[in-house]
Write a protein that binds this ligand. Structure first.
Ligand SMILES: *Cc1c(COP(=O)(O)O)cnc(C)c1O
Length: 377
């Protein structure tokens, strides 16, 4: 209990300090647009007439657990990974369904699940055995995870009937929801194969169903069931390579911004940054931005990664340093020390930066580091 109380206090302290900023501090900041979160939840609501399990794992994809949950309080549930976070949400007064996506890891967590009314994914025979040793009647709600092709977690199709029988008659279990997770919902291959398998396996049972991540929610109404589980779309990023967040009606929630802290002229042949990876082929003007990989900006982002300076699109130059990166100011005549730079967010889709860095928006958002001050508005 002490550990829980302390971690709750710490997250509360983090929430408070996050809203505070020295006027003369390093200019980087991440602004969290709470109304954009609400807009994106409405988009999900319009598309799916199912209950919404907002996925807030990984500190709400880097946006802050408690402030995100508060902004999404219209959601019927929250999905997360760390039981301490779930307890923190309960203690903060959230009454929604709280689902632990990897369930419990040891039998001694079960009393906590019962005490705080936490729902657990059940994906393995080991977890079933732990349940058998738990004496409380009707204490737990479980989500039976079926492996329909992702091959990450879940019971194999042929195990489902026996597991379902066991759970339905288990004295500790109050309700079973049937779930699976798609491996291809964001790609042309889609969900057909996994959806058919799931439907066949679950046709005989009267139980709520949950299948859809953001991509399935957005593209495949047949997957909606009783609970949808959107994550990335709530944060305003598109799960698809061929459709932008804007086209989907989503608004970016996190805007990572900073300023130019240095501006200089290069001569033809001058090189920039570690290893001199960028070499000017003509005289040009460049700037240095107070943002580097220790802030969470991806180091693999090479010359040409899109970035906004004074609201105009330009490109990064050379290698990203720990605390700084370089930008091309050739076309931005009014750029000067103090000019605003948007690394991603409003006007600069995080998906584009992610693509240039060979990764996905999920990784960039959730990798924001704690030294970046967060302003929620
Ligand atoms: C992360 C996760 C989601 C949300 O996925 P998005 O692609 O972010 O919408 C849904 N379900 C499960 C089981 C997950 O692990």
């Amino acid at each position: 209990m002490l550990r829980i109380a302390v971690s709750w206090l710490l997250s509360f302290a983090a929430l408070k300090s996050a809203t505070f900023r020295y006027s003369m501090s390093r200019p980087i900041q991440a602004r969290i647009d709470l109304s954009a979160l609400q807009n994106n939840l409405r988009v999900a609501r319009r598309l799916a007439s199912a209950r919404i399990m907002a996925v807030i794992k990984a500190d709400a994809y880097g946006h802050g657990l408690l402030r995100t949950a508060a902004a999404l309080s219209e959601a019927e549930g929250f999905a997360l990974l760390d039981v301490r976070d779930a307890v923190a949400l309960r203690e903060a007064g959230f009454r929604q369904t709280l689902l632990l996506l990897e369930g419990f890891f040891a039998a001694d967590e079960l009393p906590l699940f019962a005490e705080y009314d936490l729902s657990s994914v059940i994906h393995s025979p080991q977890q079933l055995a732990m349940l058998d040793a738990f004496p409380r009647r009707n204490a737990l709600q479980v989500w039976l995870k079926i492996n329909t092709g992702m091959n990450r977690l879940g019971f194999a199709p042929e195990q489902v009937p026996a597991v379902m029988e066991k759970l339905k008659s288990h004295p500790a279990i109050r309700e079973v929801t049937l779930m699976t997770h798609f491996s291809h919902a964001d790609e042309p291959e889609g969900v057909a194969e996994q959806l058919e398998l799931f439907k066949g396996l679950t046709a005989a049972y009267r139980a709520p169903r949950s299948l859809a991540n953001s991509a399935a929610l957005l593209r495949f109404p047949a997957t909606h069931g009783e609970w949808v589980r959107p994550g990335i779309m709530l944060y305003g990023a598109s799960p698809f390579a061929d459709t932008s967040a804007q086209q989907l009606g989503l608004q970016p929630v996190m805007t990572l911004s900073s300023e130019l802290i240095s501006v200089r002229e290069l001569k033809a042949g001058d090189r920039v940054g570690y290893a001199g990876l960028f070499r000017a082929d003509r005289a040009m003007r460049i700037g240095t931005v107070a943002c580097g990989y220790a802030d969470g900006y991806p180091r693999p982002a090479a010359t040409g990664t899109p970035i906004l300076v004074n609201g105009q699109r330009t490109r990064t130059l050379g290698r990203v340093s720990m605390d700084m990166l370089a930008v091309d100011l050739s076309e931005i005549d009014d750029a000067a020390i103090g000019s605003k730079v948007v690394l991603w967010g409003e006007g600069m889709p995080v998906e584009e930066v992610a693509r240039a860095a060979g990764t996905i928006s999920y990784e960039l958002l959730s990798a924001l580091t704690t030294r970046v001050p967060v302003i929620a508005a």
